[in-house]
Design a protein around this ligand. Sequence first.
Ligand code: DC
Length: 227
Amino acid sequence: MNRINVAIDGPAGAGKSTVAKQLAQQLNLRYLDTGAMYRALTSLALELQIDLENEAALTVLAETLEFGLDEASRLTLGGQAISEEVRTPRVSQFVSLVSSYPLVRHVIVAKQRTIALAGGIVMDGRDIGTTVMIDAPVKIYLIADLDERAKRRQLELRALGHMTELADLTQQMQQRDYLDSTRATSPLRPADDAVIIDTTELLPHEVIDKILEIVRSKVDDAHNAKL
Ligand code: DC
């Protein structure tokens, strides 16, 4: 069980990171927040004042990034844990643009696959089941109503000290969903073999229990196939 790979995809605010992190802990797997990689790149590009329309320059910057995971499955950049600064509304505003470029995605996906190589990982993102780990035996696609997702994001941001109007957040999320799901390269969509879970009315532990059931049935199937 401890080398199984689990792909968790879905739109912003569907509960991916909360669920993926806790699931990884319960299964004693590593956890990779792939959105944080695109956010780190966006944050750095803003800091370095790189033109966000310049795909080539962003790709060169992406190539230089040395990502890793520490023992607590925190994403590191150049050996340092990535700070919550990558979750600012400013980074959120531009990350869909930066992550829409095919060359940038090519570089970042390769880095994600390198981290996944050893197996035993829960990854959350938008294209994990369709592109990054197409062989993952467990693929989950989380969805939730837009209003509920915006409320969740507002609470998260409040905890980080950012006050945001719910109406603004709803509009930004809608815009981000649109950009993420209509981009040409690996758009946000469920893999054909993904299990779709609507989390609108569910608590995180209820979502995790559902996924644990799916993981167990996959492990049993694999075991029986070997007998
Ligand atoms: O999950 P998040 O909100 O931190 O992701 C930030 C952005 O990064 C999101 O708008 C789309 C992009 N992203 C992506 O394109 N592919 C992934 N695997 C993860 C995130």
